[in-house]
Design a protein around this ligand. Structure first.
Ligand code: FES
Length: 151
C-alpha cells in the first residue's frame, strides 16, 4: 500500500498517513487526547480540530501578554489578551484541514491556500476559508497552560 501525498501541504507538513498508519497513530494519540492526521487525497491533511482531553502546553508565561503563540504539534493557538486572560483556538484550518504554520502580527496563516485568521478571535481575515477557527477552552493552572476540556 502506498502512502498518499497531500499536494497542497506545506513542505513542513509531513505526508499524509496511510489508513493503517492513521489507525495506529489514533491509538497512540488517544492517550494525549489528540486526533491523528489523515488525508482525503484531494485537499490536504484532515486533522481533528480540537482536543478531546486536557493538553499541557507548558509554562503559561511562554505566551506573552498581547501576543499569540502557535503550538503546531498540538494544533492549537493561544493568545494572552490581558494579564492572566488566555484564549485558544484550533490551528486546523477550516477550509480543508491543514495546520497553520505561522502566527505573526496577530494573524494566523494557513500554508495550504493562504487563508488568514485573527489570532485573538479566530475570525477569517482572508479566504478561501469561510468559517472561523474553533475556540478551545484554555486555563492557567500552577503556572502551566492547559487546553481542552477539564479532565
Ligand atoms: Fe485551504 Fe487552509 S486548508 S487555506
Amino acid at each position: 500500500m502506498t502512502t498518499p501525498s497531500c499536494p497542497q501541504s506545506s513542505p513542513a507538513e509531513p505526508p499524509c498517513a496511510s489508513r493503517r498508519t492513521v489507525l495506529r497513530g489514533a491509538a497512540l494519540a488517544g492517550v494525549a487526547g489528540l486526533g491523528a492526521a489523515a488525508c482525503d487525497g484531494k485537499t490536504g491533511p484532515k486533522a481533528s480540530a480540537t482536543p478531546t482531553a486536557p493538553v499541557d502546553l507548558g509554562a503559561a508565561d511562554g505566551v506573552p501578554v498581547g501576543q499569540a503563540k502557535l503550538f503546531r504539534e498540538e494544533r492549537l493557538i493561544v493568545t494572552q489578551t490581558a494579564p492572566g486572560e488566555y484564549k485558544a483556538f484550533s490551528a486546523v484550518c477550516t477550509h480543508a484541514g491543514c495546520v497553520a504554520d505561522k502566527v505573526e502580527n496577530g494573524k494566523v496563516r494557513c500554508p495550504c491556500h493562504g487563508s488568514e485568521f485573527d489570532a485573538n478571535t479566530g475570525k477569517v481575515l482572508q479566504g478561501p476559508a469561510a468559517d472561523p477557527l474553533p475556540s478551545v477552552p484554555v486555563r492557567a493552572a500552577a503556572g502551566k497552560l492547559i487546553a481542552g476540556p477539564e479532565a
